[in-house]
Design a binder for this molecule. Structure first.
Ligand code: ADP
Length: 626
């Protein structure tokens, strides 16, 4: 049923297309899965940055303490040199002499006006919180008397303030002295509530506040007093916290950028993958296509030669690819000129249909049916091997030509003789009548023989011919063939036999062997128009027996010696020499010999004669006397 809107004529609302991109959906899920471990990694990176910041704070505390120690050391050496100076001063020595305690005390005051300190004479002994230098003075004014000069540096808040000013401290760090469980700072003295200071960084708590502290002993000059560099833990924590967030922010930023990049490039990655898959599939298809495929570019260079092309021609792709087609494919110029090139595949009409061209490769003739289609940068040719079809076609044409010729001559003679007998029977002389009847007999025999040959060839082709293999006596066969031949030749031809005294039995079909021998002898007579000597020979070794028919006739050119055994093949197909024949005789001989596990060949000196030999297996070594 149609929608209501359509019935009323109102416009049918268009259905919105839902665009689903499975590649992206899958990728989003993958990216989300990937995001979890990346987030954990970013968190770990933040913690690492925080810890690093804490370690840096500890290192800065150690640096500050070292700087303060150097300033303190400088002040202490001033105290030392002041004490040494007083001890050697005559006036001081005299004062010591008059002082009943034999002790004179000075206080080293360090402030911004006197960075190297100034000494102030004191009546009282040095306080507990001080760095003290005492020098013994020996003087001999009267008896042997000893006195002491004492110079001390008070280690109080003022000193801490001076030290803080002169030491090189990090931003939020402070200096203090630790004395008897209290922290003497610049502005006040605080009790240490928890923790103990030491040479390594430690956490302490004083006056309700947490500190990170690194301390050092001030040595024997200030026994029990430590110099300490401090920083509020809250400040270090704040720095560590912001370092953590900075690192995490950066890491998350990088992760987000990576994910965004992956998300944005994913379609092109997917496209590349798809096109790679398509290319691979096309290559596989091309490798498995049955037709030869050849791509020749505009410069005539072979760019592609698929496996089928290799198999058909025997030319290897690695040998001919990227080489000029003209140099690699014999006769390519003529082939390319003959093959029509269509603009598009399937564009072929009659004038563009496949062309059948010969290709001669290493003496082998191959017939190719080839079509060309133009490509932007050259031409793609597809071809198939039609050599077999071509050969069959040739055979068919030869068969028709040969048989019609072979039939025409005897049929014409038969017809002529029969008509003469029919029409002029009464007028004819007795002898003429007999000659005509003889001719009818000979020609009909020739026709029967021809029919027999055609039938036999057909049986051999279809494998329907039965061959009986059993040992037979070759000698009788040779003599019989020679005797039959002698009946058919004139005085200009002699038939001889050349056989050894002792002959082995031969394994084969005696009747078929006789047929082969008779065929060869017939040919020897036929192709020796001038007559001459024809010799039927036989010889044997342990394994094979060889029958030979040698003549002194026309002979066979070397290049044709293999082909004469092919079906319908004749050296003189047009019967110009006037010697008739179907071209089936030697084909039948070869197939019969093969069916008896033997082989046949010819040796010939053109113009001087030919020797046909066929060999069959020897049956046993039992011999029959000649
Ligand atoms: P055909 O019926 O033509 O004789 P064959 O198959 O017997 O057919 O022989 C094939 C061809 O071989 C012949 O046409 C002939 O040209 C050549 N041939 C055969 N035997 C001889 C021979 N003894 N001497 C010269 N040519 C021969």
């Amino acid at each position: 049923m149609k929608p209501q809107a359509a019935l009323t004529g109102a416009p049918v609302p268009q259905r919105r297309r839902l665009s689903i991109r499975p590649g992206r959906v899958g990728l989003t899920a993958a990216l989300l899965l990937l995001a979890a471990p990346l987030a954990v990694a970013a968190w770990g990176l933040g913690n690492y940055a925080a810890q690093r910041e804490r370690n840096n704070a500890d290192a800065r505390l150690a640096d500050s303490l070292n700087s303060a120690r150097r300033v303190y050391g400088h002040a202490l050496s001033n105290v030392d040199s002041a004490a040494g100076g007083f001890a050697n001063d005559r006036q001081v020595q005299r004062r010591l002499l008059h002082d009943h305690r034999h002790v004179l005390v000075w206080k080293m005051v360090v402030d911004s006006d006197h960075p190297d300190g100034r000494v102030v004479s004191q009546h009282d002994a040095p306080p507990a919180a001080a760095a003290v230098r005492t020098v013994n003075v020996d003087f001999f004014a009267r008896a042997h008397t000893t006195g002491r000069v004492v110079v001390f540096l008070p280690l109080d808040r003022r000193f801490v303030e001076w030290l803080t000013r002169n030491a090189d401290l990090g931003g939020h760090q402070q200096l203090a002295l630790v004395r008897g469980g209290s922290l003497v700072g610049v502005s006040r003295t605080l009790p240490i509530e928890s923790g103990r200071v030491g040479t390594g960084p430690r956490d302490i708590r004083a006056a309700g506040l947490d500190y990170r502290a690194v301390a050092m002993d001030l040595g024997t000059a200030a026994h029990g007093i430590k110099l300490v560099a401090l920083e509020r833990s809250s400040h270090i924590d704040a720095n560590a916290g912001s370092a953590r967030w900075r690192a995490m922010g950066l890491a998350f930023g990088v992760v987000a950028a990576l994910l965004a990049l992956a998300y944005s490039v994913s379609p092109s990655i997917a496209r590349t993958r798809v096109s790679k898959q398509e290319r691979e599939r096309a290559e596989r298809v091309l490798a498995h296509v049955g037709d030869g495929v050849l791509h020749v570019d505009r410069e005539g260079v072979i760019r592609l030669w698929n496996p089928a092309a290799e198999a058909i021609t025997g030319l290897r792709s690695d040998a001919i690819c990227n080489e000029p087609a003209e140099e690699m494919i014999p006769g390519w110029q003529e082939i390319a000129a003959r093959v029509p090139v269509a603009r598009r595949p399937g564009d072929a009409d009659d004038s563009w249909s496949a062309e059948t061209v010969p290709l001669e490769i290493e003496g082998r003739e191959i017939w190719l049916s080839i079509v060309g289609v133009s490509l932007g940068d050259g031409t793609v040719y597809a071809f198939r091997d039609v050599t077999r079809d071509r050969r069959l076609e040739e055979l068919r044409a030869q068969f028709v030509a040969t048989i019609s010729h072979e039939l025409r001559t005897p049929l014409a003679s038969l017809h002529g003789a029969a008509m003469t007998l029919l029409e002029r029977q009464d007028e004819l002389h007795e002898q003429t009548r007999r000659d005509l009847l003889d001719m009818i007999a000979v020609q009909s025999k020739r026709l029967a023989a021809l029919t027999e040959e055609i039938l036999l060839a057909g049986q051999l082709d279809s494998g329907a011919l039965r061959v009986v293999t059993r040992p037979f006596d070759p000698e009788e066969l040779v003599w019989t063939a020679a005797a039959a031949a002698r009946l058919r030749v004139g005085d200009e031809t002699t038939i001889d036999v050349s056989i050894p005294a002792v002959l082995p039995k031969v394994e084969g079909d005696a009747e078929r062997t006789r047929q082969v021998l008779a065929n060869l002898v017939d040919n020897a007579i036929k192709y020796s128009p001038q007559g001459g000597r024809i010799v039927l020979g036989f010889e044997a070794d342990g394994e094979y027996a060889r029958f030979t028919v040698r003549d002194e006739g026309l002979g066979i050119p070397l290049g044709e010696q293999k082909r004469i055994f092919e079906k319908f093949y004749r050296l003189d197909p047009d019967h110009r020499r006037g010697i008739g024949g179907s071209g089936l005789g030697l084909y039948i001989c070869r197939e019969l010999v093969r069916s008896m596990n033997g082989r046949i060949w010819v040796d010939s000196d053109p113009g001087k004669g030919a020797a046909f030999t066929f060999e069959l297996p020897v049956a046993d070594r039992v011999t029959a006397p000649a």
